[in-house]
Design a protein around this ligand. Structure first.
Ligand code: DHB
Length: 304
């Protein structure tokens, strides 16, 4: 079904390049399986913390023209219960799983990665870039290449899984931060996390639409920022980049591959085109390949 779409990431073969990113339909094994049944080739679980978190009060999500803002507040069942979901997922599927983890100190990231070592996850993603908990924890670690290097170095000492660093678009030094991650031993980088944060005000109620007031921006409106950063970072790094941010259609996924991504995340588009978005995008990439007379997505080379 995905003939010609096969990709390879850190030595792992995937049936197509599409990834379910952290935070989308992924707090239970059933919802991750649902994405796979609809064409996702790699799944990421919602970022897990040492202790369970309830997250923010609703409303946590609202749509705008061209995108959406959310502030979930890192709701998750905690590392132990979260990894059980991955175990259950693996009873049903051998699709690669990325265990995403969030913490605010190197010690806690190390502790989370020790737990991930004992799980069936294929990769660990360090969420260094959640934009929605700054009132609780301060600005994201991904604002500083030194902080990122410190965390990645500490995790690499203990991790038995390849380490992915999820970076933020919300700084002026994304390339330096990505280089800091690579030099500290990261196996890949993931970008972009959501943009902003931003704010939407209900003009009749005269108050912010989401309860936390501010939230990360995603969807088609962020795509040019994502494309620019994936282009810039993938040219500067020797390690692969998982590119995401506003990919909704096959042509958007192709644009991400042309920018230099090895795999492509599709998140907010699930809300706009339904869970079958993965299958739709695969078909649209195949149509593009037909037009371009390509027989494999490997023919889609990064532009210079
Ligand atoms: C949340 C976390 C993120 O990393 C993100 O990009 C968006 C939302 C959250 O749980 O609030």
């Amino acid at each position: 079904m995905d003939k010609g779409l096969e990709a390879e990431f850190l030595g792992v073969k995937t049936v197509n390049p599409l990834v379910l990113p952290a935070g989308i339909m992924d707090v239970s094994y059933g919802s991750m399986l649902y994405a796979v049944e609809n064409g996702a080739a790699v799944v990421t679980m919602k970022s897990l913390t040492l202790a369970p978190r309830e997250g923010n009060k609703t409303p946590v999500y609202t749509e705008i023209e061209g995108g959406a803002i959310n502030s979930m507040g890192l709701c998750n069942p905690g590392i132990d219960a979260g990894l059980m979901e991955i175990e259950k997922f693996k009873e049903h599927s051998d699709v690669p799983v990325i265990a995403s983890v969030f913490a605010t100190s190197a010690e806690d990231f190390v502790s989370l990665s020790s737990s991930v070592n004992d799980s069936k996850a294929d990769f660990i993603e360090l969420n260094l870039s959640c934009p929605n908990v700054s009132s609780e924890f301060g600005i994201p670690l991904a604002a500083s290449s030194e902080e990122v290097a410190k965390i990645v170095t500490a995790v690499k000492k203990v991790s038995k899984k390849p380490v992915l660093a999820k970076l933020s678009p919300n700084t002026y030094n994304v390339k330096e931060v990505a280089l800091g991650a690579q030099n500290a031993g990261a196996d890949a980088v993931v970008l972009i996390n959501t943009l902003g944060p931003g704010m939407v005000i209900d003009v009749y109620a005269q108050r912010p639409v989401i309860s936390a007031k501010f939230g990360g921006l995603s969807g088609p409106c962020v795509r040019p920022v994502a494309i620019k950063l994936v282009y810039e970072v993938s040219r500067a790094l020797d390690i692969p980049v998982i590119g995401m941010g506003g990919v909704s259609r096959g042509e958007d996924a192709v644009e991400m591959l042309l920018a230099g991504a090895t795999l492509v995340g599709v998140g907010t588009a699930v809300a706009h085109r339904g869970i079958t978005v993965y299958r739709k995008i695969c078909n649209e990439i195949l149509q593009y390949m037909d037009t371009m007379k390509y027989s494999s997505i490997q023919d889609i080379k990064p532009i210079s």
